[in-house]
Design a protein around this ligand. Sequence first.
Ligand code: ACO
Length: 209
Amino acid sequence: RHPGWPARLGPLRVGAGVLAVRPVRLRDAGEWSRIRLRDREHLEQWEPTGIGPWPDRNAFWSWPSQWGALRSLARRGQCLPFTVTVDGRFAGQITVGNVIRASLRSAWIGYWVASDFVGGGVATAAVALVTDHSFGQAGLHRLEATVRPENAPSLRVLTKAGYRREGLFERYLDVAGGWRDHYCYAITQEETGHGLVPRLIAAGRAEYA
Ligand code: ACO
């Protein structure tokens, strides 16, 4: 077992409903696939370029191998792969990946939210929960989020959650079929005080459910 895994975080009440975060499950396949096939336009432009067509990569039968890969990384302490739920329904994913320990104790964080739940504070609250957990039980010190400058909603999520912009990574990531510039946002444990969740609640953006 690695520190901070497995874990269940929340619940928190946000505009969209009651949000919770839990490990990805094999039986997420149905909702994961249904939503991602429906939400291609909402998601594909922001996600790493995949091998093969979107409908194949997001078919019901492609979840077991993705889930299995995430689970084995999580068991090795290299990843914290969470499903986000709203009122108990699958609403997206949030993942802490490329976990490096020793004297770096750093990782990246990434997320997506189903189109029918966007604009309700889901991603911001999920980032706050997972950041606090990463710096608490999981023992990390720094999280980094890279976002395309065109992705206004995601930039807003990171700003609301308390991340800082550190710079621009040019031609950084292969996204939607090309090498895309990304802003690097980051946060370290010292900056979080008593936690991002209490701060979000004090700002009136979430409540304990
Ligand atoms: N311009 C500016 N702000 C916008 C726009 C826009 N076009 N559209 C929405 N926003 C704002 C919203 O108003 C809200 O801010 P507010 O609370 O100040 O009003 C904010 O963006 C969104 O905040 P949340 O409601 O917490 O986020 P949400 O649950 O809607 O999820 C997300 C945002 C994850 C970016 C979602 O839109 C999504 O899944 N997009 C596609 C995938 C994606 O881009 N993932 C992020 C990749 S980058 C990374 O993972 C680090």
